[in-house]
Design a protein around this ligand. Structure first.
Ligand code: SF4
Length: 431
């Protein structure tokens, strides 16, 4: 590493709140050790979040349908219209799930599905737009305390296209029916070279951004995400993040950024030719292999933490970064609190959840609280706007996990899969 490069990278990281450039971010990635990046990202996090607590939310993933017209090659959740395992949940089924969530002190649902065709689908697996509005009204009226965080940008773009409404009207009608905030799912990498290869039949980059821009313009809050560690180059990761940061400059609508590594098991993308990750003899310890954009290069825990730190330093206008314990496991999830994350994400409740494949992680609310406490902060439940929920509904002493819900999350498709009764039930964990 040249003295000039070290100086530029260090200056970018120590220059108070001066905005990090794309070049500086790449130089930091290439030249700084994980220790140095972590130290500087943590210092920045302490500036942004001097409070004595670190947060988490209790919510439930509800995937109203797995029917999808897209063909993302990192997904093993979807069903084609007409497939025998295609499903659409009834309002009663969704209502029962919310009742169970409320019973354990949950405050919100993350509700997403595939890109479902309209009601003319010849297999009977289509839905009219009125179904979505009726669903939102049903939840709002039956469960007024529950925050509805739902419909990722690809779903909303599909509503706009399939039902022939303007984007402005589509979002307005969803809001009027009860939609509160929008999850950042379906972003993957916002570079069309990549989307053309892995997100076939799904939103282009500008379309994903257009949904978020319109939602922010209407005053809604959303999250944003990145799925890394597949065929993207470092420059493309930065391009993705620059697009998010630029959009955030317009309305400030993103509450949080969440990134996670692609999980290759049982996916077509997982069978792509891989780049070796071995370091050449004599290479500096922090030197990382670079993807040429044509091969699969998975991201391990080291890469996840390095990129978390760079994200904290790069996003000077997005307040919250989440730990991705679901994909990284509890210990790396806890370590993330020292690499830029200020939030442990979600205790995602699902019933009788059993993993089928891949690495599995189980965490109860008390276990999340214990991880936060052991890292030196007070555990604090929050709402979707990252506001503390001040009155616990019951004793949540971190020493006892008895009676608390547990989930099993199997990161098997780049989108975290949750499984119940031996079958996959969740496409997106994107918050
Ligand atoms: S990731 Fe989402 S949009 Fe893509 S195929 Fe799976 S369900 Fe459909």
């Amino acid at each position: 590493m040249s003295v000039t490069a070290v100086g530029a990278a260090a200056a970018a990281l120590t220059g108070g709140n001066r905005r990090m450039t794309d070049t500086e971010a790449i130089e930091a990635y290439e030249n700084l050790s994980i220790h140095e990046l972590g130290r500087r990202a943590h210092a920045r996090t302490l500036e942004l979040h001097p409070e004595r607590y670190r947060t988490y939310v209790i919510d439930r993933n509800i995937n109203y349908s797995n029917v999808c017209t897209a063909k993302c090659i990192f997904c093993n959740f979807k069903a084609d219209p007409g497939d025998t395992d295609a499903y659409i949940l009834s309002f009663d089924q969704i209502g029962r799930k919310i009742e169970e969530l409320i019973d354990i002190g949950g405050t919100q649902i993350l509700m997403q599905g595939g890109l479902v065709p309209d009601e003319r689908d010849p297999h009977g697996h289509g839905l009219p737009f009125s179904w979505y509005l009726d669903l939102l009204r049903f939840i709002r009226d039956r469960f007024p305390s529950i925050h509805i965080h739902a419909f990722s940008p690809p779903e909303i773009w599909a509503f706009h296209q399939v039902f022939g409404m303007t984007l402005e009207d589509t979002i307005k009608r969803l809001r009027d029916a009860g939609l509160a905030t929008i999850p950042g799912g379906g972003g993957e990498i916002l570079v069309d070279r990549i989307r053309d290869k892995i997100s076939i039949g799904k939103t282009r980059s500008w379309e994903w951004l257009a949904v978020m821009r319109e939602a922010h313009r209407q005053g809604m809050k959303t999250s944003c995400t990145m799925m890394m560690g597949h065929i993207e180059t470092i420059e493309e990761r930065i391009e993705h993040m620059r697009l998010l940061r630029d959009l955030q400059d317009e309305y400030g609508g993103f509450t949080a950024f969440i990134h996670w590594p692609f999980q290759p098991e049982n996916t077509p993308l997982g069978r792509w030719k891989r780049l070796p990750v071995d370091l050449p003899a004599g290479a500096e310890p922090h030197r990382r292999p670079r993807n040429d954009g044509r091969h699969l290069l998975l991201a391990d825990a080291h890469e996840y933490l390095v990129w978390l730190a760079i994200s904290r330093l790069y996003f000077d206008n997005i307040p919250n970064l989440q730990s991705s314990w679901v994909t990284m496991g509890p210990k790396i999830g806890q370590l993330a609190l020292f690499f830029g994350a200020n939030d442990m994400g979600s205790v995602m409740m699902e019933e009788n959840v059993v993993s089928q494949a891949g690495t599995t992680y189980r965490l109860s609310e008390n276990e999340i609280r214990r991880l936060i406490a052991d890292a030196g902060w007070q555990p604090q439940q929050r709402d979707q706007y990252y506001r503390p929920i001040s009155a616990p509904k019951r004793d949540r002493g971190v020493g006892s996990a008895a009676g608390m819900p547990a989930i099993t999350a199997s990161p098997s498709a780049g989108l975290v899969q949750l499984e119940a009764h031996g079958r996959r039930i969740a496409p997106d964990v994107a918050r």
